[in-house]
Design a protein around this ligand. Structure first.
Ligand SMILES: Cc1cc2nc3c(=O)[nH]c(=O)nc-3n(C[C@H](O)[C@H](O)[C@H](O)COP(=O)(O)OP(=O)(O)OC[C@H]3O[C@@H](n4cnc5c(N)ncnc54)[C@H](O)[C@@H]3O)c2cc1C
Length: 439
């Protein structure tokens, strides 16, 4: 086999783990990482909370992959808009989609489009300075905020709202978000789940951390906590549920300490409507009861006043025109990572928005093996790859960011941090392009 040309669309963890596996497995290949933003690293840069810098250390490993001589970055190129999947199929022997799951699942309740209501992807992009379409940024009016969902993303958002501004000042939080958080006067943060406490999907570490925030205290009603693990709970969840219940019992047993912020855990409550006419003023919730793993509505309602509502109830992939999409699952349509001949998928866009950063590695390794086997079965691979993509982007006047330009952006952000914080991120694509010298 002569040197195959491979494209990976999406430079997040799945894309980088797959790139690393492919260049090891096929040392003669050329590998192009195509990324919609000028900056790589997906949710490691744009999702992981600013107060968890250790989690972002994996970027150093991704940087090493980017430095390999046969790997190139094409940042600021959105597939489906700037280049079509059919063009990749024409240019590359194999194309692997690792485009993640960037769109919030909707609540589907009245009032969810009111100002003051945010999906978690939007909210997290705000504090992590990920450029998105223009929209009003959060203002956090009043003294209460509601977070819908009881997984790790909900925990991240609760922590970011509950922490003292001084604790966040030395992180890579975006400067405008820090200013809004510093000016906010939140005293009550409600973290609300549809199901009972045993079914909350926080990981134990994230839950414990919510009880260790200096200026906040957790509030849990003891009567909301099950005595034991529900009988219908699948075996693989039981240990984590036991641990979470133990932590929540510890929270419930704490005497009030008079700290400035209260973090209320509310279980068995389903959002029914956002209240307010011109801006969110609160939320109407319906009590639920558990029937097996299902939360059943009871017809009993209550309300919580709050100026900000963030829903952290899951994500869907964004469909790419010309690439098969599974509407029901909200993922790229695939069978074990194969979409069609020469086209593959890995990471969150393949299996849905579940699993931590390292979980994408196994996925990426498996798909890399599959690509290598499929390419090995071909007598010859002869597609033009990088030269053809390069020519097409030039003909369309698209300014892409290669690895050297990304390093200029990176260095400029670090310099803007001025030793006060690890970096001061640019807020817009235009600013990044200017810093890269690509405008
Ligand atoms: C808010 C949040 C916090 C998290 N915190 C943690 C944590 O602390 N620790 C942990 O281990 N895990 C965490 N995770 C999970 C982790 O981020 C994911 O497991 C991982 O990022 C998924 O990798 P991926 O490559 O599939 O997707 P992503 O990381 O989303 O990467 C997809 C990439 O594809 C690009 N892309 C999308 N569409 C296109 C297109 N059309 N053309 C070109 N490029 C495109 C995107 O810009 C992005 O760079 C968190 C997730 C979220 C949502």
């Amino acid at each position: 086999m002569n040197a195959p040309a491979i494209a990976i669309v999406g430079a997040g963890p799945a894309g980088f783990y797959a790139a690393d596996a492919l260049v090891r497995r096929l040392p003669d290949c050329t590998l192009d990482l195509v990324e919609r933003l000028p900056c790589p690293f997906g949710l490691v840069r744009g999702g992981v909370a600013p107060d968890h810098p250790g989690t972002k250390a994996v970027i150093r490993q991704f940087e090493r992959t980017l430095s390999r001589p046969n790997v190139a970055l094409f940042g600021n190129v959105e597939v489906g808009r700037d280049v079509l999947p059919a063009e990749f199929a024409q240019f590359y022997d194999a194309t692997l989609y690792c485009t993640g799951a960037l769109r919030d699942r909707r609540l589907e309740i009245p009032g969810e489009d009111l100002p003051g209501v945010f999906g978690s992807a939007q909210f997290v992009s705000w504090y992590n300075a990920i450029p998105c379409e223009p929209r009003p940024a959060p203002r956090l009016p009043g003294t209460a905020a509601v977070i819908l969902g009881q997984g790790n993303v909900a925990a991240d958002i609760a922590r970011m709202l509950a922490r003292a501004p001084e604790e966040l000042a030395a992180t890579d939080i975006s400067a405008p978000a820090w200013e809004v958080l510093a000016a906010a006067r939140l005293t009550d943060i409600f973290v609300i789940g549809r199901r009972s406490a045993a079914w909350a999907s926080f990981s134990a570490l994230e839950l414990e951390e919510l009880g260790a925030i200096e200026r906040a205290e957790p509030r849990v009603e003891p009567c909301d906590l099950e005595q034991g693990i529900p009988q219908d709970m699948p075996q693989e969840r039981r240990q984590a549920a036991e641990r979470n219940l133990e932590i929540l019992r510890g929270f419930a047993a704490r005497a009030p300490q008079g700290r400035p912020v209260r973090l209320h855990f509310v279980f068995n409550a389903r959002p029914a409507a956002i209240l307010g006419s011109t801006h969110a003023e609160g939320i109407r919730l319906e009590r639920t009861r558990m029937e097996g793993a299902r939360a059943i509505a009871t017809g009993s309602f209550f309300e919580i006043a709050a100026g900000t509502v963030v829903s952290a109830i899951g994500y869907r992939s964004v469909p790419i025109p010309g690439l098969a999409f599974d509407e029901a699952r909200g993922t790229v349509h695939n069978e074990d990572g194969r979409v069609e001949a020469g086209v593959y998928a890995a990471g969150w866009c393949r299996r849905g928005p579940q699993g931590v950063i390292p979980a994408n590695r196994a996925d990426a390794l498996a798909v890399a093996e599959r690509i290598a086997a499929d390419l090995g079965a071909q007598a010859q691979v002869a597609k033009p790859g990088r030269a053809a993509l390069d020519a097409l982007l030039r003909s369309r006047g698209i300014r892409w960011i290669d690895a050297a330009r990304w390093r200029r952006i990176d260095a400029a952000e670090v310099a803007r941090g001025a030793s006060r914080k690890p970096r001061e991120k640019f807020l817009s694509i235009e600013e990044m392009l200017r810093a890269a010298g690509a405008d």
